[in-house]
Design a protein around this ligand. Sequence first.
Ligand code: IMP
Length: 176
Amino acid sequence: MNKEKLTLLIGGEEIGRRVAELAERISADYEGKQLLLVCVLKGAVIFASDLMRRLKVPAEIDFIAVSSYGSDTASSGVVRILKDLDKSIKGKDVLIVEDIVDTGLTLNYLRSSLLNRKPRSLKVVTLLDKPVRRKVEFTPDYCGFEIPDHFVVGYGLDYDEKYRQLEGIYVLDPEL
Ligand code: IMP
């Protein structure tokens, strides 16, 4: 049986402070706008709910689920939508809430796909960013933490559906 070793990278309190800072900036930037958070399932659920609770401007939330691309689609960057948004985003100030940007393929696709639906504006907030892993150019508008090239779990992020409930972010070091 495989055993995984977890090493703490970012503690829960530090995440909380950073989420509060992001919420401050987003609240200031979206004053008087029609903010709609688009939470990317499942990894961003915990981040999106913590962020939303700290916003000082009215906000709606909707959810979208996308497939991880297989090896055949990895180069094209085509991502399948498994669960679409419930409502139209036309005319809304949309903020995509993501857990982590890795190659950038998922958000690159999601951004252009949602832009076709004519939102008033479209930005991206990610809790984590691994810039060294990029395959396509992609810069999030708001980012919690830049991290090195490690596979991480916790605070919504999983490995095989495990560890999402951890309060902090941990580096997963599988001992095979
Ligand atoms: P990208 O399309 O390569 O940027 O990948 C984005 C998705 O890959 C994220 O939404 C995560 O679901 C997953 N992912 C990438 N890196 C990690 C990680 O370190 N831990 C957990 N999931 C990850």
